[in-house]
Ligand binder design. Structure first.
Ligand SMILES: [Zn+2]
Length: 96
């Protein structure tokens, strides 16, 4: 994952990340969570009002959609809950 420059594509400030083999715009907006894979560049949106473990789970969930675009919603949901729960348990928290 590589942190890129901030951009403003019209929906507020976004950060650019590269992971896997694609570059994504990472944006916080009032959507619970969204992964726009057909977009160019693809975008990940997460609701900035989410806090704590719910926010971590939303970011992991949307990233998994990008990494595994063929996974079902249920599979992504189960993996995101497990992985974010593990990360939370070992102490990962968001810095603000
Ligand atoms: Zn989903």
């Amino acid at each position: 994952m590589r942190l890129g420059l901030d951009t403003d594509g019209g929906g507020g400030m976004a950060r650019e990340y590269t992971f896997g083999k694609r570059t994504y715009l990472i944006r916080e907006d009032a959507l619970d969570g969204y992964c726009d894979l057909p977009g160019e560049p693809p975008e990940i949106w997460v609701d900035p009002r989410l806090r704590g473990r719910a926010a971590l789970e939303a970011w992991v969930h949307e990233a998994l959609h990008c990494i595994h675009p063929r996974w079902s919603e249920g599979r992504v949901d189960r993996a995101a809950k497990a992985l974010s729960g593990f990360l939370w348990l070992i102490g990962y928290r968001r810095r603000k």
